[in-house]
Design a protein around this ligand. Structure first.
Ligand SMILES: Cc1ncc(COP(=O)(O)O)c(C=O)c1O
Length: 374
């Protein structure tokens, strides 16, 4: 066998042995407790109708953008949308990327320079880790949400410092103490960057805005593929930062711009968000119900979270998979999150609550989880 094929085979065999072999699955038809479609926008007939009505105003729209933003892929619509979204989020400016992954990769790889420092929460998303790795800056992590440990790291900073956190953590669902972090980073003249991927739509337009910290945060990443039900992302910050990213962010420069349809869907999703107080309230009620039910028996396994992401620890890849399969057999689409995505021993069921889940679904799922005590 060719050496490369042999290498591939060995790596895959190791995955099988570790019980963490990844496979793609198509939509299951089970009750959704795994998508990030928190408000139901991705499946919303209302959103579809808004897009279909609005697109008629643009009879000459292109199916594809035809090129990168710096060549043929830029339009007045894209730039206006960026400004519109920036205004909605009370930011000076914004730059749209093809995904949240691209946004963070671009931002963290091009902004911090050799001699600068990036400090990230230990649970930060892979796209920020990858971006930071591509930079030549010094990199440190601090203990999850631990202000004392963050301060320790801030004391040893060299060059310009960037601190990266998520307002809602993607695998734990808990929130960062943004107010205290903004004070701490200000004390050390560091720049706080907040990824709002799982907060936007769940906590209003995001936690930064809910806490009125817009002016204290250096930059924010807002993604469109989760509660907004579309696809893509925007980096919010100063006009200067926007110009810098246009000039230096390689994941922005060297890629085809998003299609008009995608951008229009995002614009309409923001319109829908303005009128989704009912869905947002329902979501918070269901989150509360799920927590109350699961805490009856699994208080120690449930990771503390007020967001739509509720994780129940089920240590061991085989163990977590076994419980997920049991829940799937009972009609619930719940996925296990395995190591190495989370640290060994912290494997879990990651349950996403949605405004469209019913109270019966929540109580039945909680009862099944409670029947599976570790
Ligand atoms: C915290 C966080 N940031 C960024 C991303 C990436 O966003 P996208 O799915 O739009 O690439 C994700 C998605 O998994 C995420 O959880």
């Amino acid at each position: 066998m060719n050496q490369a094929e042999k290498f591939i085979q060995q790596k895959l065999a190791q995955r099988l042995q570790d019980d963490n072999f990844r496979v793609l699955k198509t939509a299951s038809g089970l009750i959704d407790f795994c998508s990030n479609d928190y408000l139901g926008f991705a499946r919303s007939e209302k959103l579809k109708a808004l897009v279909q009505a609005e697109i008629k105003k643009y009879p000459a729209y292109l199916n594809g953008s035809g090129g990168s933003r710096l060549l043929s892929g830029n339009t007045a619509f894209t730039e206006e949308l960026e400004q519109q979204i920036a205004t909605i989020h009370q930011a000076e400016a914004g730059l749209i990327f093809n995904s949240g992954y691209d946004a963070n990769l671009g931002l963290f790889s091009c902004l911090p320079q050799k001699g600068d420092t990036i400090i990230t929460d230990e649970l930060i998303h892979a796209c920020i880790i990858d971006g930071a790795r591509l930079s030549y800056a010094n990199r440190f992590s601090f203990k999850h949400n631990d202000l004392d440990d963050l301060e320790k790291k801030l004391k040893n900073v060299k060059g310009i410092c960037y601190v990266a956190v998520e307002s809602v953590y993607s695998m734990d669902g808990d929130t960062a103490p943004l107010k205290e972090m903004s004070q701490l980073t200000a004390k050390y003249n560091a720049n706080l960057i907040v990824d709002e991927a799982h907060a936007t739509g769940v906590f209003g337009k995001g936690l930064v805005q809910q806490l009125q910290l817009e002016k204290q945060i250096f930059a924010r990443t807002v993604t469109f593929g989760k509660a907004l039900g579309s696809h893509g992302a925007i980096v919010l910050g100063s006009k200067n930062l926007r110009n810098y990213l246009i000039n230096f962010a390689r994941s922005f420069i060297y890629t085809t711009a998003p299609s008009f349809h995608q951008l229009l869907t995002t614009q309409m999703a923001y319109q829908l968000l303005e009128n989704s107080a009912e869905e947002q309230n329902q979501l918070l009620l269901l989150i509360g119900l799920f927590k109350k039910e699961v805490q009856k028996k699994q208080a120690n396994s449930l990771i503390a979270s007020n967001s739509a992401i509720q994780s129940v620890l089920a240590p061991g890849n085989a163990h977590a998979k076994q419980i997920a399969e049991y829940l799937q057999k009972n009609g619930f689409d719940v996925r296990a999150i395995l190591s190495p995505t989370v640290p060994a021993g912290m494997e879990r069921l990651r349950i996403c609550i949605h405004a469209y889940n019913s109270t019966e679904e929540i109580t039945k799922l909680a009862a099944l989880i409670n029947g599976n005590e570790q």
